[in-house]
Design a protein around this ligand. Structure first.
Ligand SMILES: Nc1nc2c(ncn2[C@@H]2O[C@H](COP(=O)(O)OP(=O)(O)O)[C@@H](O)[C@H]2O)c(=O)[nH]1
Ligand SMILES: [Mg+2]
Length: 179
């Protein structure tokens, strides 16, 4: 690589790293995407199709896809996975009933051939709600300790205030910088 190009990359950062946000409808995916982007809570609507935004963390750029979580859309998640470096699974920590569905989706995507090298970030969202499940309860329900094939990280967060999200971005950055 030419010296000039190397210098320019040091200044402007590397290529974009593809990130896909998945999770059940109402988990908080879209709120998290816009909290990453604007650091403010935005009013969201159920996502039809997908939202995509470029998010910069220092000189690392992520192209983040937020894909709808309704039943009918989940089948199409697969088509978004090629070249994905990080998958973010957003879990609604108040939704005890549907946690087993999230568990199944998580283990299904881990087996996906396009995601064999992807890092997995699990966000235990809505921690502001009283009585929500803790990170360790969610880790147990999702059997995170059984994951040995992928680099993964679980983080408590609140998308409305942004709490926990800077730490998540730091983890994402460390993943792509290390690779
Ligand atoms: N209390 C609370 N509500 C949240 C949080 N994150 C998202 N929500 C709300 O949950 C609902 C669904 O959020 P949305 O981002 O549209 O979920 P999506 O379907 O996964 O994209 C909205 O009413 C959000 O305001 C959170 O951390 N705490
Ligand atoms: Mg949405």
């Amino acid at each position: 690589m030419g010296l000039l190009l190397a210098k320019m990359m040091a200044v402007f950062g590397d290529r974009e790293h593809k990130v896909v946000i998945i999770g059940l409808d109402n988990a908080g995916k879209t709120t998290i995407l816009y909290q990453f982007l604007t650091k403010e809570a935005v009013h969201t609507f159920p996502t039809i199709g997908s939202n995509v935004e470029n998010i910069a963390v220092r000189n690392t750029h992520f192209l983040v896809w937020d894909i709808g979580g309704q039943d009918s859309l989940r089948a199409s998640w697969n088509s978004y996975f090629s070249n994905t470096e990080i998958v973010i699974l957003v879990v609604d920590s108040t939704d005890r009933e549907r946690l087993t569905i999230s568990k199944e989706e998580l283990h299904r995507i881990l087996a996906h051939e396009d995601l064999q090298k992807a890092g997995v970030l699990i966000l235990a969202n809505k921690q502001d709600v009283k009585g929500s499940l803790t990170v360790s309860e969610i880790s147990q329900c999702l059997t995170l300790d059984s994951i040995t094939t992928h680099s993964w990280h679980v983080q408590a967060c609140c998308a409305l205030t942004g709490e926990g999200l800077p730490a998540s971005l730091d983890w994402m950055r460390s993943q792509v910088v290390a690779n």
